[in-house]
Design a protein around this ligand. Structure first.
Ligand code: FEO
Length: 172
């Protein structure tokens, strides 16, 4: 496997692992604050990020590279409020999209069209995840802290889906 591409793919493994832990911290925070719909949404989102990581690991190993299982940084223990949680989620996803775009660039520079093709799944996934995060954040801004609105928001999140490309599990 092209070493530049392998290194970029392993960087992405780390980012997906960090994403999974970050959303797990959000899920745990929501659960401990009685926001069960948000917790369910975030636990599933965390699982999906792990799925993204595993998909990369399998691809690297199957193409003759060596996947590196990373250490991840400590995730936050506290969040200010729900709006803050989703602002952080959107900002995080925007950074992941930049990283995926960088990976696409490296594939093209190195003329690795097989990996370029593989990475397109992540390009589509990022589009979907950013759009979902923006929609959720717009709703939260409309509610503007109203308690009844927050209750409905949390309940509605239980039935929301963050699945992408038919691969990740859907919310129940
Ligand atoms: Fe796998 Fe949400 O980026």
């Amino acid at each position: 496997m092209n070493p530049h591409v392998e290194s970029a793919l392993n960087d992405q493994v780390k980012k997906e692992a960090s994403s999974s832990q970050f959303y797990l911290a959000m899920a745990s925070w929501a659960e401990s604050n009685g926001l069960n719909g948000t917790a369910k949404f975030m636990y599933q989102h965390s699982d999906e990020e792990r799925f993204h990581m595993l998909k990369l690991i399998h691809f690297i190993n199957e193409r003759g590279g060596k996947a590196i299982i990373p250490l991840v940084e400590q995730a936050p223990k506290e969040f200010e409020n729900l709006e803050n949680v989703f602002e952080l989620l959107l900002a995080h996803e925007i950074r992941v999209t930049e990283s995926i775009n960088n990976l696409v660039d490296i594939c093209l520079q190195q003329k690795d069209y097989t990996t370029h093709n593989f990475v397109q799944w992540y390009v589509s996934e990022q589009l979907e995840e950013e759009a979902l995060a923006r929609t959720v954040l717009d709703k939260l801004r409309l509610i503007d802290g109203d308690k009844g609105g927050m209750y409905m928001f949390d309940r509605d999140l239980e039935s929301a889906s963050v699945g992408g490309a038919g691969q990740a599990p859907q919310k129940q």
